[in-house]
Design a protein around this ligand. Structure first.
Ligand SMILES: [Mg+2]
Length: 231
């Protein structure tokens, strides 16, 4: 095992529980905007459509096929289309409310607040995220993660998104360090693991859902607490 100096965490679906937080805020929005009266039969259908549409939009964003403005512009149009509701019924504030409310939710994965103080004693802790600066800083504050992290690198502050190695190089340069001294921990093989591989950094696959990865990694973990035995 190498002696690492810095650990880079992904944020969404790795530390911050995106699905739980989004589900909670969408539940509120479903009621507050009376979406049942706009042709969406149930919250469960709405949430299923959100998951399918949002996953695909983020895949496209990560692959550089879609920019941030377009993602936010089409998200609820596609969700409404997915459930067969008239997109003309979309409240104009829905997207902005979704971003603010979701990003203000606090839920992190179990074990986060046990493992982070332990790791913080031994390593520099940082975040590399493909999310957008304003939402990511809200999430980090609202969840209580902020005190653990020194550097937060986002796709829109650098102009590059994982797996582009330039977002990793930006972080390495900011910390005046080398890939051999760093480790990436993330849930997304195509952005976190591939990106780390490209820049020559070891990676740990956070994989609570037993997904497959065609990209190499050092260890896979299902719980954040497993990091204590490795690091
Ligand atoms: Mg992630």
């Amino acid at each position: 095992m190498k002696t690492y100096k810095h650990l880079f965490f992904d944020l969404d679906h790795t530390l911050w529980d995106y699905t739980r937080n989004a589900r909670e805020s969408l539940g509120e929005l479903f009621m507050d905007f009376a979406l049942a009266e706009k042709g969406i039969a149930s919250f469960e259908l709405f949430f299923e459509a959100f998951e399918a549409v949002n996953y695909q939009l983020w895949e496209n964003f990560n692959q550089g096929k879609l920019d941030k403005i377009s993602l936010r512009k089409v998200r609820f149009q596609r969700i409404f289309a997915h459930v067969g509701a008239d997109p003309l019924g979309i409240p104009v504030e829905l997207e902005q409310e979704f971003v603010i409310r979701t990003s203000s939710k606090p839920h992190v994965f179990p074990g986060a607040f046990e493992i982070l103080p332990y790791l913080k004693e031994k390593y520099g802790l940082h975040i590399i995220t493909n999310g957008f600066s304003e939402s990511q800083s809200l999430k980090i504050e609202a969840s209580g993660l902020a005190p653990f992290f020194d550097l937060v690198v986002t796709a829109d502050s650098t102009g590059y998104q994982k797996p582009d190695k330039r977002i990793f190089e930006y972080a390495l340069k900011s910390l005046n360090t080398h890939p051999s001294e760093c480790l990436m921990i993330g849930d997304n093989p195509a952005s976190d693991l591939l990106g780390a591989n490209r820049v020559g950094m070891d990676a740990i696959f956070f994989n609570p859902g037993n997904a497959q990865s065609s990209h190499p990694y050092l260890y896979a973990i299902k719980q954040l607490g497993e990091l204590q035995a490795i690091l």
